[in-house]
Design a protein around this ligand. Structure first.
Ligand SMILES: *Cc1c(COP(=O)(O)O)cnc(C)c1O
Length: 456
C-alpha cells in the first residue's frame, strides 16, 4: 500500500517555529500541542492539505484564545431584575470582595483563637454580629438558604412529620421545591389547609406524637390574593410551643432592616420572626441582605447548638472567603444610616427614578449612534427586586428601548461584547433597564459600544 505523504506541517515542526514561542509561554506546551493536533487532524479529515505553518498557527491561536477565555465573566445586568439568580444575585460591596480575596490568598484565623492559641470555631467571626443584628440567642451559617432549611429539618425533624400549609409549598426555581427538600432532609411533609386558606385549627389537628416541628415558608416569589387566610407567626409559635415542638421559619430573602425606611415595601425581618416566637429562622446571604451566597440561621441557643453538632453542618459549611465577606457586610449593618450607599444591592434598589433616567439619557445617544436606523428612546419601566423578594411590587425605573427590525441580531451583538449586555425583549422592543448601570459604569458601557464589530 502506498502511503500518501501529507504536505501538512508536522506538530514538531510547528512547535519549533518562532511564532509558536509566544503561544507556548501563554498557554503551555500540552495545550498548544493539542491544538495543533486537533487542527491538523481536522484538516486531514477534510482533505485540506497544504496548510502553511503560519496559517495553522494562527488557527491554533484562535482556538486557544477561546479555550482559555474565562467562562464566568462580569456582565451589565440590564434585565431590570436587581437580584437576578442567573446573573449571580446581589453584587457585593467592594470591601467585602476584597476581604474575601485577602482571606483566600492567605492563612487566616479561620479556626484559630488568637487569645488562647488554641483551635477556634469558624462561626465565631459572624455569630456575634448576627445575634446583635437580629436579637437572636445564637447564629450559624451554611452554604445557602436551601442548605439551611435542609440542615434545620434534618436536625429537628429526622423521620418526623412537619406540618406545612398548602399555600406555602413553593418552588423557587432551579431545584428548590419545599416538598423535595423536606423529603431529602429526612423529614415527612404533612400538608395542611388549602392553597388559599390555612387556619390555626389545621395545624392543631395535624399535630400528633409523630410531629417534629412546625414550619412556615415565606411566600417568596408569588402572592395569594383574594379570599385568603394565613396563620400569623405569633399564633403559630404558640401552637408549636403548646405541643412542645419548635417553629421553623424560612424567610427566603429576609432583610435585616425594615425596607420601609427607604419607601420600599415591607419584607419580614428575622428579628420580627424571632420576636413572634420562631425558634429558628433561615434566610439567604445573597438576596436582600446583599452579601455572598450563604444560608444564615438565627435562633435559640439549644437549636443552633444542635445544628452545629449535626455532621451535615460540616458538609454544608462556608469557606473562609465567603465568611470574610459576610463579616464585612454584617458590620455594615451596624450603621443602618449608610447602608443604602455602601451595600450595592440596597443602593440599586433605592436608586432614585431621576438618577436612573439620567443614566438612560446618557447612554441613549451611544445606542442610537450604533443603530441609526432603529428607534432608540428613553422610556419609563418597572424593575423587580428579584430572587423571590416582594414579587408583586415593581419599582419605577427608566429604560432605553430599541425598536425596529432584526432585534435578534442586536441582542446577539450585545451579548458578544467584552462585557456582555443582558437586557430583555418584550412587545417587539429590546428593553435595557438602567437601574443597575451606575454612573461609574456608564463610560465603560459606552466605550465598548463604539468598538468595531458586527453591528446587527
Ligand atoms: C430563595 C429562597 C430559598 C432558597 O435560598 P437559596 O439561598 O437560593 O438556597 C428558600 N426558601 C425561600 C422562601 C426562598 O425565597
Amino acid at each position: 500500500m502506498v502511503q500518501t505523504i501529507s504536505p501538512l506541517p508536522s506538530v514538531d515542526a510547528l512547535l519549533r517555529t518562532p511564532e509558536t514561542a509566544l503561544l507556548l509561554t501563554r498557554f503551555g506546551r500540552p495545550a498548544v500541542t493539542a491544538a495543533f493536533r486537533d487542527i491538523l487532524s481536522a484538516r486531514r479529515t477534510a482533505g485540506t492539505f497544504g496548510g502553511q505553518p503560519a496559517e495553522v498557527i494562527g488557527q491554533a491561536a484562535d482556538h486557544l484564545a477561546v479555550r482559555f477565555a474565562r467562562s464566568q465573566r462580569p456582565v451589565f445586568n440590564m434585565t431590570g431584575t436587581v437580584l437576578h439568580t442567573n446573573l449571580g444575585r446581589s453584587p457585593m460591596p467592594p470591601e467585602a470582595a476584597e476581604a474575601a480575596a485577602e482571606a483566600m490568598r492567605n492563612a487566616t484565623t479561620l479556626e484559630y483563637d488568637l487569645e488562647t492559641g488554641q483551635r477556634g470555631e469558624r462561626d465565631t467571626h459572624i455569630s456575634r454580629l448576627l445575634c446583635d443584628l437580629t436579637g437572636a440567642e445564637a447564629a450559624t451559617v451554611v452554604n445557602n438558604n436551601a442548605a439551611a432549611v435542609m440542615l434545620v429539618l434534618n436536625t429537628l425533624a429526622l423521620g418526623k412529620e412537619v406540618p406545612v400549609s398548602r399555600g406555602e409549598l413553593i418552588e423557587i426555581g432551579g431545584a428548590f421545591r419545599v416538598p423535595d427538600i423536606m423529603s431529602r432532609s429526612g423529614a415527612i411533609l404533612k400538608e395542611v389547609g388549602t392553597t388559599n386558606r390555612t387556619h390555626a385549627r389545621d395545624y392543631k389537628d395535624a399535630i400528633g406524637p409523630a410531629t417534629g416541628a412546625l414550619m412556615r415558608v415565606h411566600q417568596a416569589n408569588y402572592a395569594i390574593v383574594g379570599f385568603t387566610a394565613m396563620v400569623p407567626a405569633a399564633t403559630l409559635s404558640g401552637i408549636a410551643h403548646d405541643a412542645g415542638i419548635p417553629l421553623i421559619d424560612d424567610l427566603g430573602s429576609g432583610s435585616l432592616v425594615d425596607l420601609e425606611r427607604w419607601g420600599l415595601p415591607h419584607e419580614p425581618t428575622p428579628r420580627e420572626s424571632l420576636e413572634a416566637g420562631a425558634d429558628v429562622v433561615t434566610f439567604s446571604g445573597d438576596k436582600l441582605f446583599g452579601g455572598p451566597q450563604a444560608g444564615l440561621i438565627v435562633g435559640r441557643g439549644n437549636v443552633i447548638a444542635a445544628l452545629n453538632r449535626n455532621p451535615l453542618k460540616r458538609a454544608l459549611r462556608l469557606d473562609k472567603g465567603r465568611l470574610a465577606a459576610l463579616e464585612v457586610v454584617l458590620r455594615m449593618y451596624l450603621d443602618p444610616d449608610r447602608l443604602a450607599e455602601r451595600v450595592p444591592a440596597l443602593r440599586l434598589l433605592t436608586r432614585s427614578e431621576s438618577d436612573i433616567r439620567t443614566t438612560a439619557e446618557r447612554i441613549r445617544g451611544a445606542l442610537a449612534a450604533r443603530w441609526p436606523d432603529r428607534t432608540v428612546t428613553v422610556e419609563p419601566c418597572r424593575s423587580q427586586i428579584g430572587s423571590g423578594a416582594l414579587p408583586v411590587d415593581l419599582l419605577v425605573s427608566s429604560a432605553v428601548t430599541i425598536e425596529g427590525k432584526g432585534l435578534e441580531n442586536i441582542t446577539k451583538f450585545l451579548r458578544s461584547l467584552p462585557r456582555p449586555v443582558i437586557g430583555r425583549v418584550a412587545r417587539g422592543q429590546i428593553i435595557l433597564d438602567c437601574r443597575c448601570l451606575e454612573s461609574g459604569d456608564e463610560d465603560a458601557f459606552i466605550a465598548q459600544l463604539s468598538g468595531t464589530g458586527d453591528t446587527g
